[in-house]
Design a binder for this molecule. Sequence first.
Ligand SMILES: CCCCCCCCCCCCCCCC(=O)SCCNC(=O)CCNC(=O)[C@H](O)C(C)(C)COP(=O)(O)OP(=O)(O)OC[C@H]1O[C@@H](n2cnc3c(N)ncnc32)[C@H](O)[C@@H]1OP(=O)(O)O
Length: 169
Amino acid sequence: MDAKTPAESRTILTDLVLPSETNPLNNLFGGELLARMDRAASIAARRHSRRIVVTASVNHVAFNKAVPLGSVVTVEAAVSRAFKSSMEIFIDVWVEDRESGQRSKANEAIYTFVAVDETGAPIKVPPLEPETDLEKERFAAALRRKQLSLVLAGKLKPNEATELKALFD
Ligand SMILES: CCCCCCCCCCCCCCCC(=O)SCCNC(=O)CCNC(=O)[C@H](O)C(C)(C)COP(=O)(O)OP(=O)(O)OC[C@H]1O[C@@H](n2cnc3c(N)ncnc32)[C@H](O)[C@@H]1OP(=O)(O)O
C-alpha cells in the first residue's frame, strides 16, 4: 500500500455558531464542538483509508477558549499517524475574530478511527508519511498516545506500554 501524506486527508469545515448550539453563557456547547470534530475527523480518516471508518476513541480534548455565539469556527482535521487498521487524527479548532477577521486557535483534540470492512472487522490502512516539522512531531508522539489510550481502555497492560514507560525512565 502506498504511503499518503497528512495533506491528502486534510479536511476543513467552516461553520457559524447558531443560538440553538449555545449554552446559557452564549458559548458553543462542548458536545456540539465534539460532534463537528468527529465529522471532520471521520472525513479525514475516510480520505486516508478510502474505507468505512468508526470512531474508536477520543484520546484528548482541550476546550481552551469559549467560542461565542455568532463566531465563525473552522475545524481542521488530518491523519497524524496510521498504524495497522487505526489512524490517529489531530484536530485544530480556529475562531475568526468578527471585526478583524484574524484567526486564533480555540481548541484541539485527538481522535482514533479504525477502518473496517462491511462486517465491521478492522482492515489494513496505508502508512502515513509526515512532511512538515509539525506533522513529524505529531507522528513521533502518536505511538505514545495510542499506548496510553489502550491502557486506559484496559486493552494493553501498563508494563507492555514501552513507549509510554520510556517517558519516565
Ligand atoms: C451510497 C451511500 C453511501 C453513504 C456512505 C456514507 C458514509 C458516511 C460515512 C460517515 C462516517 C461516519 C463516521 C462516524 C464514526 C462513528 O461515529 S462510528 C460510531 C461510534 N463508534 C463505534 O461504534 C465503534 C465501535 N467499536 C468497534 O467497532 C470496535 O471496538 C473497533 C473500534 C473496530 C475496534 O475493534 P477491536 O475488536 O478492538 O479490534 P482490534 O483488532 O483489537 O483493534 C483494531 C485497532 O483499533 C485500535 N484500538 C482499539 N481500541 C482503541 C482505543 N481505545 N484507543 C486507541 N486505539 C484503539 C487497536 O489498537 C487496533 O489498532 P491497529 O494496531 O490495528 O492499528
